[in-house]
Design a protein around this ligand. Structure first.
Ligand code: BGC
Length: 832
């Protein structure tokens, strides 16, 4: 679990910083409608040493001790966390342990695996986000951690981005609200939150080298909103991104760190680098980076030398140390009696995990009352798909949490369907492969589940012959050192050092029994093939198996799934897409043979619900054949129960999409322009400007597959009586929402505002300015008030480096998604 300090050295890229562009003037005059600067709340009031105590520590620390507080080091007693800061025991400065989130505590021990933030976000519920943060905060403290490396505030800019599941939304306003709430929740429990990755880290492809070019207005009105909100909520730490921003490494950007974050927003915590994202001690420290992670390549000996040589003033080191200590003190960590660590509460964690997963569930489609499962449909069911049995808990990379438990959807559905029901299961697609028949090989060999003792080696060399051309997937499952598998002289599973190796995926990277899995798909010609396998026991011994699937085995799996689908009254088909940090998706289609499986199953049973355990937008050429589609993203350890809650109608699907699902891969805000995504020659331009996400679809009049804010309920809703009036430089929007159906339900009312004719800035056709999650009983109605503040009506003026309010008549749209806005109103926003 733990990342060796050297693991990213292969990823480190040195590069000359180019010209600063755009944000240099951010520390300008006090803006109209700027977010209020808050004094960071102190979770440890009464247990601090205060400014005088920190002064005394600074006076007592040697230069070596000071720099040791500014970079990570190997942990003498690692708990499996990502980072460690040794502290200075002689002065009572304790060590800090820093663990990854964002959907649970990533350490060597099991923790509550919460739903991915992208699913939490779909609930449009900041209160729930705070509860989510609290679970992580408490567990982090209980599991020996002091700092959480989350939340991730980067926007979903493209559906391809590998880490979309770790973040919240394409919409800046919603992201800001949720990031702030999660930060508060984490810190309520005394764990220091780190908002990351500052800034413009919106993709994995080329993330260490890409230079993201964005203008001031674009940045302030889109990506920066979440970070600003985290600072206002009192986040203790910020993590600088890998990429460059406007020509300068994010961790060396004075414009971002010094002028904007500290100068303009008043951030008083500390800034650490992403793992191996520091390039130069002098440039980073003087730009405002306080801490290098995970080691001391730059902030260790080179920083000390630079100080001694006079290249870095001692005051710069003191300032960085002061920021670290002040934050630690704010959380009571410098007190002789620091806050006690609580015990884990796995039951409370599990309850929140289930609540969040059900609250965020988005029902994308529901024809002919396919859902909720009731009557015959609830009594005669076929559950299909590998992730129907092996639960899809979370994504891969640094976000992967060791779940406390992870029951299977099949079990949850069978239990909920009850005694009299018939629930049959079919795999549909084999993710882990079948054994190679020993007799296929000459000489015969059993390559399934072999053990190799420590210090021993085992090898086999043989031949097999195919009667016809085929496409094979070869899979190696193993513990310990990966075996070498050579087919016709070519190594199929080379061990690559660095990123690709570490970020191998969430679900697919391990077999249900925990063995690591690697796959290789390749065409094989009819005729003989040579296979050579070598395995080494190493120090601890090794287990491995070599498996495969073929065209025929895949067709047989689909045929096996069609049988129960035909006989059952209804089908629940689980589909997946396994995203991970370290790489972007190459296609928005479901991977593997899943599209064919859905086609085959829906052809024999139109009452098929497809449950999607996917990270972000998916294209769905099969959509029209389905009865229902339920988007569950990565639902965490209680995802199975939450999915059953929604399928059977115990909970109304209250989630609404926080990102637009495109109808066509080429028609997305970054589609068709490689300079926008993934970048050309290491440079990418955010030329979509303020039109991120749904704003782009509206501006370009592109029809999405499912719009931002979309999600069906099991009941019906009516919106009436809009009223809009000016209020304190903003607007008060009122309307009535009525549950017109016969069951209790949840809806998310959304308020959007059109542009101001009095501003010269480019503005969104409609910007989300407010929302309200509502749970109403059958026939119940509620008068809803949404206050729109001045900031929500403002644009960033790059000439004045300030927010300017969009005065004059403003059109207001109210409804159930960015494309279902039955109510309108208008009010004049007065100047002054
Ligand atoms: C990721 C961070 C993470 C860090 C520590 C980096 O590769 O970008 O999000 O917190 O590793 O694991």
């Amino acid at each position: 679990m733990s990342e060796p300090v050297s693991r990213r050295s292969a990823m480190r890229m040195l590069g000359a910083a180019g010209a600063v562009l755009g944000v240099a003037g951010c520390a300008g005059a006090a803006p109209t409608g700027a977010a209020p600067r808050t004094t960071a709340p102190s979770p440890a009031a009464g247990k601090t040493v205060g400014a005088a105590g920190i002064d005394a520590l600074l006076a007592a620390l040697t230069l070596d001790e000071k720099t040791a507080l500014l970079h990570g080091a190997p942990d003498p007693a690692p708990l499996g966390q990502a980072g460690y800061l040794p502290g200075v025991p002689r002065l009572g400065i304790p060590a800090l342990r820093l663990a990854d989130g964002p959907a649970g505590i990533r350490v060597a021990r099991p923790a509550t695996a919460l739903p991915a933030p992208v699913l939490l976000a779909c609930a449009f519920d900041p209160e729930l986000a705070r509860e989510y943060g609290r679970v992580i905060g408490r567990e982090g403290r209980a599991l020996g951690q002091d700092v959480l490396l989350s939340p991730m505030a980067n926007l979903i800019r493209t559906p391809y981005a590998g880490r979309n599941f770790e973040t919240f939304a394409e919409d800046p306003r919603l992201t800001a609200d949720l990031v702030a709430a999660v930060v508060r929740g984490i810190q309520d429990e005394g764990l220091i939150a780190t908002v990351k990755h500052f800034a413009l880290n919106n993709q994995e492809q080329g993330r260490e080298t890409v230079d993201a070019i964005a203008g001031e207005q674009t940045m302030h009105e889109t990506e920066l909103r979440g970070f600003e909100a985290a600072v206002a909520a009192g986040a203790g730490a910020v993590m600088g991104a890998y990429n460059k921003v406007n020509g300068v490494h994010a961790c060396e950007s004075k414009a971002l760190l010094d002028e904007l974050l500290r100068g303009r927003w008043g951030f008083d915590g500390w800034v650490m680098s992403d793992w191996d994202a520091t390039h130069n001690a002098v440039a980073s420290l003087t730009a405002g980076l306080d801490m290098e992670m995970p080691g001391g390549t730059h902030f260790g000996p080179p920083l000390r030398e630079a100080v001694r040589a006079g290249a870095v003033p001692r005051s710069a080191v003191d300032l960085a140390v002061r920021r670290v200590l002040t934050t630690m003190d704010r959380f009571g960590l410098l007190s002789p009696h620091p806050p006690a660590r609580p015990a884990r509460d796995p039951f409370a964690g599990a309850r929140t995990a289930r609540k969040v997963a059900a609250a965020g569930a988005v029902l994308l489609r529901n024809e002919h009352d396919t859902l909720p499962l009731a009557g015959a449909s609830a009594r005669s069911l076929a559950v299909i798909g590998p992730t129907g049995r092996v639960p899809f808990v979370g994504g891969g990379g640094s976000a992967h949490v060791l779940p406390e438990r992870a029951p299977s959807p099949l079990t949850a559905i069978t239990r909920r369907a009850g005694n009299g029901a018939a629930v049959r299961y079919a795999l549909g697609e084999d993710l882990y492969g079948r054994a190679l028949p020993p007799t296929l090989l000459t000489p015969p060999a059993d390559l399934d589940d072999r053990g190799v003792d420590a210090g021993r080696a085992w090898s086999h060399e043989g031949e097999f012959t195919l009667d016809a051309d085929d496409e094979w997937t070869l899979l190696v499952h193993y513990t310990g050192k990966r075996p070498s598998v050579r087919l016709d002289g070519r190594e199929l599973f080379p061990v690559r050092q660095g990123v690709a190796e570490y970020f191998a995926g969430g679900l697919l990277a391990a077999a249900p029994d925990g063995l690591t899995v690697r796959r290789h798909t390749l065409p094989l010609k009819a005729g003989p093939h040579r296979l050579a396998v070598t395995a080494e026991g190493g120090e601890r011994g090794q287990r491995f198996r070599l498996r495969h699937t073929t065209r025929a085995s895949r067709a047989a799996d689909v045929a096996e799934a069609v049988k129960p689908a035909k006989e059952a009254a209804a089908v629940v088909l689980f589909a997946y897409e396994d995203a991970t940090e370290g790489s972007d998706r190459r296609s928005l289609a479901l991977p593997g043979g899943q599209e064919a499986l859905i086609e085959a199953v829906t052809a024999v049973n139109p009452r098929t619900t497809v449950v999607l355990n996917t990270s972000s937008g998916t294209t769905m050429p099969w959509l029209a054949r389905t009865g229902a589609v339920l988007q569950m993203f990565y639902p965490g350890q209680e995802g199975a129960a939450a999915t059953a809650d929604v399928l059977f109608g115990d909970v109304d699907p209250g989630g609404r999409l926080t990102q637009t699902f495109p109808a066509d891969e080429r028609a997305t805000p970054v589609g068709g322009d490689p300079l926008r995504y993934p970048g050309v020659g290491g440079r990418q331009e955010y030329s979509e400007g303020v039109h991120v996400g749904h704003r782009w679809y509206d501006a370009q009049r592109v029809e999405p597959l499912f719009p931002f804010g979309h999600g069906l309920s099991y009941t019906t809703w009516e919106y009436t009586k809009p009223a809009v009036r000016p209020l304190r430089g903003g607007l008060r929007v009122e309307f009535t929402v009525r549950n017109t159906g016969r069951r209790k339900g949840t809806d998310v009312a959304q308020v959007y505002v059109g542009p101001s004719g009095e501003l010269k800035q480019d503005q969104p056709v409609r910007a989300l300015v407010g929302y309200r999650r509502l749970a109403l009983g059958a026939g119940e109605e509620r008068r809803v008030t949404v206050d729109v503040d001045a900031r929500a009506l403002s644009s960033w003026d790059p000439e004045r480096h300030a927010w300017v309010r969009g005065t004059g008549p403003r059109e207001v749209y109210i409804g159930r998604s960015s494309r279902e806005l039955p109510l309108r109103g208008k009010a004049v926003v007065a100047s002054g």
